[in-house]
Design a protein around this ligand. Structure first.
Ligand SMILES: Nc1nc2c(c(=O)[nH]1)N[C@H]1C(S)=C(S)[C@@H](COP(=O)(O)OP(=O)(O)OC[C@H]3O[C@@H](n4cnc5c(=O)[nH]c(N)nc54)[C@H](O)[C@@H]3O)O[C@H]1N2
Ligand SMILES: Nc1nc2c(c(=O)[nH]1)N[C@H]1C(S)=C(S)[C@@H](COP(=O)(O)OP(=O)(O)OC[C@H]3O[C@@H](n4cnc5c(=O)[nH]c(N)nc54)[C@H](O)[C@@H]3O)O[C@H]1N2
Ligand code: SF4
Ligand SMILES: [Mo]
Length: 592
């Protein structure tokens, strides 16, 4: 007799704006099919292409999944391993890490990012690394750091964006340098396309979201600040500046106003290639509002990317398009916006040496330094494929004296260089929580089957490693059930994990969150800081600390929102860069 089909409702925890509800169909202990959850407000029954394949393919395939630890037997980089057991490898790894741990973590490097974004599997291991004092490769530095720095310094917060539910109150959605048709496919298909509002997209590429918009502005890459200033010029000329907000809540407008006056749409057309009439139209639609501004991560991956973000963020500032229904900006909605105490989750108090980090941009060089990097633990990411300077990085990973422990679900480019490969459980194999970085929701990731073979969730791997090292801090061993209870308590939702699992996804509060409604900004001045000496002072710090900081503009660049971004574009123009980018544009944009 065959087992009856049962279903488990869960959530996709991948690095994606959507956080789709999923349904796992099982027969006995075997998964037969993973689909989108038709009752889920975002996925509405469908998975994206990559997940439809992966959930039903690689992650269920015993030939692809890592099922036990492996120990290297060939030269580094060749991917030659012999099978081993947890009981064998953990004491060996611990013995080799111990001198570094005893020395306060000097020489121990860890890289991680968003293989899974679920709360416990994605963040609990940081308790271990905080405790042992490892140097962290700042994960955001390869992705979105410049934007975070810019917005944090301007508003005191880059992680509390508009609540997408407020779309019902908006007249205009402006998406600047994001491509939801690919990076947030369900949000594109449902939230964006169904919205009753004017839709504007600013992107050099005419991707499907741009094609579906009412207005598509196609600037030459890297000319966004000129566009932003020209839109502000129009907004000012049309009397759409919110002077009351500027006076009551901001610092530094007078520093930029001069440039706004000079930045005519005709000038910006010359710099950006966007017709002046289109700039005027977009500025009017945005400026009348209420308007939402989605600042994409692609927007800040450019020279002076941080200052570009600051320039674009002037739109909601100058129009006071904040803190009321239908207004606001969004970069990423982070954990704290749903009550989560990130310091608790990551064991910040265990850190004895204070946070130490390097940028992904400096990873290859750091790994070449035999004293600075004696051991590397890479987990939840695939640095050999995703970090810069790949050739140099891969050569450094070949160092025979570098102890490299790598954790993943499947054999990756990075794992080929490891001394020890440890098998991680997939998100179908343990309970966890998922917070979308777009919607203000809280979702359950629910265990549908036991981990494949001897695979373990990240958090359990680090508990066992801590034990093998003889560490005793109770935070390192807190069980999942206790963490889930505490995290749910922090959300204030009054739900047990089982209750949440029954519902799949719940909204955080019944009404849209309204960031900055109280006009409190967590900057040193308590105001929105458009320009201040901090930007100048942040330059060298940012440059040293992060690649994003580099992109945000070092030294005088960082101060120079008022001048440098625009000056840079003027220079481009004077150097005849326009004709070069125009050639690039023809290549990129056959549709126009
Ligand atoms: N060439 C290139 N480089 C890029 C980018 C690009 O588009 N192209 N994008 C950049 C950006 S924006 C980002 S955010 C970074 C992303 O860079 P990475 O964080 O390296 O992203 P992925 O390549 O998705 O690697 C995630 C890895 O985690 C594994 N994984 C999944 N779940 C788990 C788990 O539960 N435990 C463990 N231990 N592992 C798990 C997956 O199998 C996968 O190998 O790359 C940056 N670099
Ligand atoms: N399917 C899928 N979805 C993903 C991911 C994935 O790997 N696959 N990765 C996730 C991750 S890690 C991230 S960071 C997000 C990123 O997702 P998004 O925030 O959407 O950012 P990107 O897709 O990196 O880039 C968005 C757009 O920026 C545009 N752009 C590039 N240069 C410029 C410029 O100078 N000016 C302007 N205005 N636009 C510019 C590009 O043309 C592109 O269309 O996606 C997440 N979602
Ligand atoms: S669209 Fe995003 S959340 Fe949905 S299934 Fe794909 S990766 Fe997962
Ligand atoms: Mo990213």
């Amino acid at each position: 007799m065959t087992d009856p089909v049962t279903t488990v409702r869960s959530t996709c925890p991948r690095d994606c704006y959507d956080a789709c509800g999923i349904v796992v169909k099982k027969r006995g202990d075997r998964i037969t099919k993973v689909t989108g959850d038709s009752t889920h407000a975002i996925s509405r029954g469908s998975l994206c292409g990559k997940c439809a394949v992966a959930y039903n393919g690689s992650w269920l395939d015993p030939r692809v999944r890592l099922q036990q630890p492996w120990r290297r037997i060939g030269p580094k980089g060749q991917g030659m391993f012999a099978p081993a057991t947890w009981e064998e490898v953990l004491p060996e790894i611990a013995a080799r890490l111990r001198p570094l741990v005893d020395a306060g973590g000097d020489g121990l490097l860890q890289t991680h990012y968003t293989g899974t974004c679920s709360l416990i599997a994605g963040s609990f291991p940081l308790r271990f690394f905080n405790r042992v004092g490892a140097v962290e490769v700042d994960p955001d530095s390869v992705c979105n750091k410049a934007g975070h720095l810019a917005l944090q310094m301007t508003f005191g917060d880059s992680l509390t964006g508009f609540d997408p539910r407020t779309v019902r109150d908006t007249a205009c959605i402006l998406i600047w340098g994001a491509n939801p048709s690919s990076s947030a496919p369900h949000i594109d298909r449902h939230w964006f396309r169904e919205a009753v509002a004017t839709k504007i997209v600013i992107d050099p590429i005419r991707h499907p979201t741009a094609a579906a918009a009412d207005l598509h502005l196609q600037p030459f890459p890297g000319t966004d600040a000129a566009l932003a200033f020209a839109m502000l010029h129009v907004i000012q000329a049309e009397g759409l500046i919110d002077q009351e907000f500027l006076t009551a809540c901001t610092l530094g407008w007078e520093d930029v106003e001069r440039h706004v006056r000079q930045s005519t749409p005709e000038w910006a057309e010359g710099v950006s290639g966007v017709p002046a009439a289109l700039i005027v139209e977009a500025a009017r639609r945005y400026g009348r509002g209420p308007s939402l501004l989605w600042l994409g991560q692609g927007l800040q991956r450019q020279r002076l990317g941080g200052n570009v973000m600051r320039s674009c963020a002037l739109l909601p500032i100058a129009t006071g398009m904040l803190g009321r229904p239908g207004t606001g900006f969004l970069y990423l909605n982070g954990f704290p916006g749903r009550g989560i105490d990130v310091d608790y989750l990551t064991g910040a108090s265990l850190g004895r040496t204070g946070p130490r980090s390097i940028s992904h941009m400096d990873l290859a060089a750091h790994l070449e330094d035999r004293d600075a990097a004696r051991a590397l633990v890479s987990w939840n990411n695939n640095i050999a494929a995703s970090s810069p300077e790949q050739g140099r990085l891969r050569r450094a990973l070949c160092r025979e004296d570098l102890l490299h422990v790598a954790i993943d679900l499947v054999q990756t480019d990075t794992l080929d260089y490891a001394d020890f490969v440890l098998p991680a459980a997939s998100f179908l194999e343990f309970d966890d929580l998922v917070l979308s970085y777009f919607n203000y929701t809280v979702s359950a990731q629910v265990k549908a089957i036991a981990p494949m073979g001897h695979a373990l969730p990240n958090q359990e791997i680090f508990r066992r490693l801590a034990r093998a090292l003889g560490l005793r801090d109770p935070e390192l061993f807190e069980p999942d059930a206790s963490i889930l209870r505490e995290l749910l308590k922090q959300t204030g939702l009054s739900l047990t994990f089982e209750e949440l699992a029954g519902r799949g996804t719940v909204d955080y509060g019944s009404e849209p969150v309204m960031p900055f409604a109280d006009r409190r900004f967590l900057t040193p001045s308590g105001r929105v800081e458009i320009a201040s000496d901090r930007f100048a002072q942040a330059g060298p710090f940012a440059r040293a600390a992060t690649a994003g900081g580099r992109a945000a503009g070092g030294g005088q660049d960082a101060h120079a929102l008022t001048g440098d971004v625009l000056a840079h574009e003027q220079q481009l123009r004077q150097r005849g860069a326009r004709s070069q980018t125009a050639r690039g544009r023809r290549r990129l944009l056959p549709s126009r």
